[in-house]
Design a protein around this ligand. Structure first.
Ligand code: PMP
Length: 394
């Protein structure tokens, strides 16, 4: 049976991590894998998460199954945090998912249950998992222009022209904030223009919100998503708690499906429960319970927000420092886009050869498409990276 299996291409980022570990050079710098790291290189457990876990451990009396679509208190708490008053209870079905990835996978399956001829439109570039899931489940997709290689900002005219080609009932996958892998994002005015195009075509938005709180702030980072939900009849949102709660391995996510008419809500909720049951039955609970415990407790929520804000501001200040070092070294402002980008990533716009040279000469590891994880830096390594970028001729 298994002799027919084809070898799978190794995950590029995991392969890069293997190379990094094997590198024996002192002072090597890892800007590859997409997890937040503090200035000492650790991915810490957030204070509020630790305290929530303690409280859960003390109070929990059973490990019996929770609800099939997830603990209702979690669904309420997280959807309120993400959508605020843009959530329309009468029209929103929800599913607790296995991370943000699980929410995306279920969102795609759900959309195809509604439209068997589904086509999805994704940004070029996008998070590679989007493409590999689409290929695996056999949903055709188009890429819309997104990144302007010259300015390293959004090619908004190209994006609009390509999204205008989406048909009624197609899905348009949008990154809610902190675009992965580029770091280039839409302004709220641009979100409004995208909504107007969706209005015209009847295509349905699927917002992937994996970094809320990592860009301009918790509320600011959800503003585009909220605008979409307020403006469009049908819409889907896949939220991840991996980054903003730092609970990567707990696999905590949420799929929200807004339907056009309240009469369709039960159908949508039933379809979500069905999908969960076909895949893994009940969702994991521990991460969801941590999130709900934090969000429902004023003190814990305040502490979590404060720590998240430290994380966000730390990354912003590294961006500013890197842009400034590069201004000084090059005597130009051509790297100022690093300061304008938001979130954990920036696409530098270096060639694969330049990325290779930076790795060989300086033991600095970034992904081959020149995506670098800003959180892999600290105040001491920023000048080293800046010099390496210039020496590689980027
Ligand atoms: N979407 C994007 C764009 C991401 O970068 C990630 C995390 N790498 C996710 C979704 C989902 O992450 P997780 O499944 O770990 O919650």
């Amino acid at each position: 049976m298994f002799g027919n299996l084809q070898p799978q291409a190794p995950d590029k980022i995991l392969a890069l991590m293997g190379e990094f570990r094997a590198d024996t050079r002192q002072g090597k710098i890892d800007l590859g894998v997409g997890v937040y790291k503090d200035p000492t290189g650790l991915t810490p457990v957030m204070r509020a998460v630790k305290e929530a876990e303690r409280r859960i451990w003390e109070a929990e009396t059973t490990k019996a199954y929770t609800a099939l679509t997830g603990e209702p208190a979690y669904l309420q708490a997280l959807s309120s945090m993400v959508l605020a008053d843009a959530r329309d209870d009468a029209r929103t079905a929800m599913l607790s998912t296995v991370g943000g990835t699980g929410a995306i996978r279920q969102a795609l399956e759900m959309a195809r249950m509604g439209n068997p001829d589904l086509t999805v439109h994704v940004s070029d570039p996008t998070w590679p998992n989007h493409l590999s899931i689409l290929k695996f489940v056999g949903i055709p997709f188009f890429e819309y222009r997104y990144f302007d290689a010259e300015t390293r900002g959004v090619d908004f005219e190209g994006m609009k022209a390509d999204i205008a080609r989406a048909k009624k009932g197609d899905l348009v996958l949008l990154h809610g904030c902190c675009h992965n892998p580029t770091g280039a994002n839409l302004t709220l005015e641009q979100w409004a223009e995208i909504v107007a195009i969706l209005d015209k075509t009847g295509a349905v938005p699927l917002v992937d919100l994996a970094y809320q709180g990592f860009g301009d702030g918790l509320e600011e980072d959800a503003a585009g998503t909220r605008l979409v939900l307020r403006s469009r009849p049908d819409a889907l949102v896949a939220a991840s708690c991996s980054k903003n709660f730092g609970i990567y391995r707990e696999r905590t996510g949420l799929l929200m499906v807004q339907v056009a008419d309240a009469a369709q809500k039960d159908l949508a909720q039933g379809a979500l429960a069905f999908l969960g049951r076909q895949n893994y039955s009940f969702p994991p609970d521990h991460g969801a319970r941590i999130v709900q415990t934090i969000l429902d407790d004023e003190g814990l929520a305040a502490d979590w927000k404060a720590e998240l804000e430290e994380v966000r501001l730390g990354m912003l200040s590294l961006r500013q420092q890197l842009a400034e070092e590069l201004r000084n070294l090059t005597g130009s402002d051509r790297f100022d886009f690093i300061e304008r980008h938001r979130g954990m990533f920036s696409r530098l716009g270096a060639t694969p050869q330049q990325v290779q040279k930076i790795k060989e000469d300086n033991a600095i590891y970034m992904v081959g498409d020149s995506r670098l994880n800003i959180a892999g830096l600290n105040r001491d390594s920023v000048p080293i990276l800046a010099r390496a970028i210039v020496e590689a001729g980027v």
